[in-house]
Design a protein around this ligand. Structure first.
Ligand SMILES: [Zn+2]
Length: 414
């Protein structure tokens, strides 16, 4: 064997060995718009059912934390922003569907992915063009000019070929085309990370409320989800890849009629997440998850290293990887002490964590915050009282609880 050929053989063998050891991991999530938790259980959804059989159905929520600075309207674009930034509206700055000024200083899942893996491929297949151009900020300097390798969207602005009708049948058609394009691209191109957005169910909810029409629209969309899932399964079987497949909704709907959304009722806030993985963590097993958990979950699965600055701002935690605590709250007792409490996942085991504080919130404007450690705490205690002195004229304190497996944060206003 000549030397050159031997080298090629060696590369091939190494490739084969590493391929056998670690399957390539890829992730895709699908938003089915505006389907309340009670209604998803009433509709016929054979495809979601088969995914749940292989994985889980998780109860989740959007709407931020009711009554505090993180409260977030249960509106569609807010729902997408929560999922894709892992933050509530006080950070991502999406307050309605107009997407006037998303705060790109809180990077999206796609930006984090591309920063970590510049050669990785990302895709978006969407019944709403603004998701790519505004929410994810393709080509904008603020997002570093992020570019999608694969996209299929914008049909809703082509009124010639998709004339708008008052029952949103054009949206139904577009959803079908979007899902078929996604299924095809997933099979053919296999993007490392992609998002599919389907809208029809929300339109039907607005037109008819809780009704057979709404259930039928869910079943229709469920079939579209099935097409995409089939592509994923086929790639897994043929190429040995491992996919995280997530289906979520962006908000619930008003009680009784289910015609509207935007408010803070349980019916509007409560959502759900279907995932093709069974090995969820103790947090997801025992508590209601949140829309903001999607980003850390997918990043964890894909091995995306999240820079500390961003990690300290995340409002969600992974539902797959081990986490130590969630739901941090803090307040100042005069200028004397910082009172903190959180929910510890393991209330028996000693786990040391650090409390960090910053007296600025520069990251919001694209700057940097300097954190200083003020205490070590035992996570299982679930609370701490720490002496703290605010600098003169300072009205603000950002608190981070840094445990071995995750971080939590809270903004304290004097
Ligand atoms: Zn919606």
């Amino acid at each position: 064997m000549n030397k050159k050929l031997g080298f090629v053989w060696l590369l091939w063998a190494i490739g084969l060995i590493s391929f056998a050891q670690t399957p390539v991991k890829k992730a895709i999530y699908i938003i089915m718009d505006g389907i309340p938790t009670d209604i998803i259980h009433k509709a016929s959804t054979p495809n979601l059912d088969r995914i749940v059989k292989e994985g889980v159905f998780l109860n989740s929520h959007v709407g931020g934390i009711r009554g505090d600075y993180r409260e977030t309207p249960t509106i569609s674009a807010n729902g997408y922003a929560i999922l894709v930034t892992g933050t509530w509206a006080n950070k991502n700055n999406v307050w309605d569907n107009s997407l006037k000024a998303p705060n790109y200083n809180y990077p999206t899942l796609f930006k984090l992915y591309k920063d970590a893996y510049p050669d990785g491929k990302i895709g978006i297949f969407s019944t709403w063009l603004d998701n790519r151009t505004k929410l994810l900020g393709e080509d904008l300097p603020e997002t570093g000019g992020i570019k999608f390798n694969y996209h299929f969207d914008g049909l809703e602005i082509d009124t010639q070929n998709y004339p708008h009708d008052n029952k949103s049948l054009y949206i139904k058609r577009i959803d079908a085309e979007v899902a078929m394009a996604a299924a095809k691209s997933v099979y053919k191109d296999g993007p490392n990370l992609s998002w599919v957005y389907l809208q029809y169910t929300d339109d039907v909810g607005h037109h008819y409320g809780d009704s057979p029409e709404l259930y039928n629209s869910i079943t229709f969309q469920d079939a579209l989800v099935g097409l995409i899932y089939d592509s994923v399964k086929q790639r897994e079987e043929e190429l040995g890849e491992e996919w995280l497949f997530v289906v979520v909704t962006d908000h619930g709907r008003t009680p009784v009629t289910a015609r509207h959304h935007g408010g803070q009722s349980d019916n509007e806030r409560n959502t759900w997440m279907v995932m093709n993985k069974k090995d969820i963590n103790q947090y997801a097993l025992n508590y209601r998850t949140a829309g903001v958990d999607l980003l850390p979950t997918i990043c964890g699965f894909l091995g995306v290293e999240i820079p500390a600055d961003t990690q300290y701002e995340l409002d969600g935690v992974s539902v797959l990887k081990e986490v130590d605590a969630f739901d941090l709250k803090a307040s100042l007792n005069g200028n004397k002490s910082l009172e903190m409490n959180w929910n510890a996942i393991n209330k028996e085991k000693d786990v040391q964590a650090e409390v960090l504080v910053s007296f600025t919130n520069n990251i919001k404007e694209g700057g940097k915050d300097t954190f200083q450690k003020i205490a070590d705490v035992n996570v299982k205690e679930g609370k701490a009282s720490i002496p703290v002195k605010l600098p003169k004229n300072s009205e603000f304190l950002k608190v981070v609880l840094k445990t071995p497996n995750n971080t939590l944060n809270y903004w304290v206003q004097k």
